[in-house]
Design a protein around this ligand. Sequence first.
Ligand code: NAD
Ligand code: TYD
Length: 352
Amino acid sequence: MEFKKRILVTGGAGFIGSHLVRLLLEKYPEYLIVNFDKLTYAGNLENLKDIEHKSNYRFVKGDITDVEAVKNAFNEYNISDVIHLAAESHVDRSIEGPMDFVMTNVVGTVNLLQCARDHWKGGKDHIFHHVSTDEVYGSLGETGLFMETTPYDPRSPYSASKASSDHFVQAFYHTYGLPIKMSNCSNNYGSHQFPEKLIPLMINNIVNEKPLPVYGTGANIRDWLWVVDHAIAIDEIFHKGRLGESYNVGGLNEWTNLDLVHYLCDLMDKKLGRSEGASRQLITFVTDRKGHDMRYAIDASKIEKELGWKPSVTFEQGLDLTVDWYLNNQDWIDSITSGEYATYYRNMYEER
Ligand code: NAD
Ligand code: TYD
């Protein structure tokens, strides 16, 4: 079969990547989807078990910093487009060790850009969609929202590496005319998220009646979006967004960390048949994250006006689905919270 597009999705075995791969495979049987992933601690082929048999799906185990591996994938599948999600994605890990973030997020992105440029040879019928974060804009005070025009002001090693990769993507557009698009999204939540991130970590600890580590006073604010709505936004931008443009994606859904943890405790007490207030007793205030950004919040009016995108579920609906997924997939959690992660988590927690 001649495929209409042959899309290289990097990081497709991760949290957001696996949701995007599933959406693309189901919606576009006429596209070949090549999932290129190194399978770091955060990548898990179990995330794609339900769709790996599809005839338009291929998996390549590879590192985006490896020039030959990326070139080979472009050649073997005659890649027409890239949607780039592969990254080191956890702020706390970037504080402990920034170099992996520089390698994958910066060097890996530039390598992909180079390979795309070499393979497409100036052709315009291609798209390189770079998936980024709102954290590149820095930290907000009590008011205001991040717009696409907000100056970059990254403050953690993670956000500095993502900001750098964004700049390289724009540089390839302006210097070489590489056909790029970008999206900068707020915090995602949903099924298959590695339980080092706030929401799955809290769900897992509530289930196991372990302490719930809230950094500082819990007053920091994040703007939460259901991962499926992010995947839908990427699909819209990839197909209909303007070349060279970036689009902010967010949920208009700001919560302080403490309010969110309270909400999860109460929701799960009901689902688990525990007495009212039981899980709140597990909350433990721990030493704050170094350089902890105070508030993130997105102005998503550009994508809404230009592409008609808006979140499809409320936070309450999305969280309900998410908690149910974790409760019904305890094996998934158990398989990744043993071994290396268990040691990492214990060390992190003991340090605080
Ligand atoms: P994740 O950590 O769950 O997954 C990352 C994936 O990339 C994993 O499958 C991993 O194996 C793969 N990977 C890492 N290094 C690689 C390398 N050198 N070569 C090939 N593959 C490699 O991350 P996520 O939360 O799904 O985030 C995906 C993307 O979306 C990232 O670029 C992140 O910056 C961005 N983003 C995430 C959020 C969020 O809330 N999680 C919000 C906005 C943007
Ligand atoms: P996180 O999920 O790591 O995402 P990000 O740092 O990229 O926003 O953290 C979300 C918020 O939750 C952030 O303000 C830090 C806080 N947090 C805790 O209070 N306790 C935790 O155990 C974790 C992982 C995060």
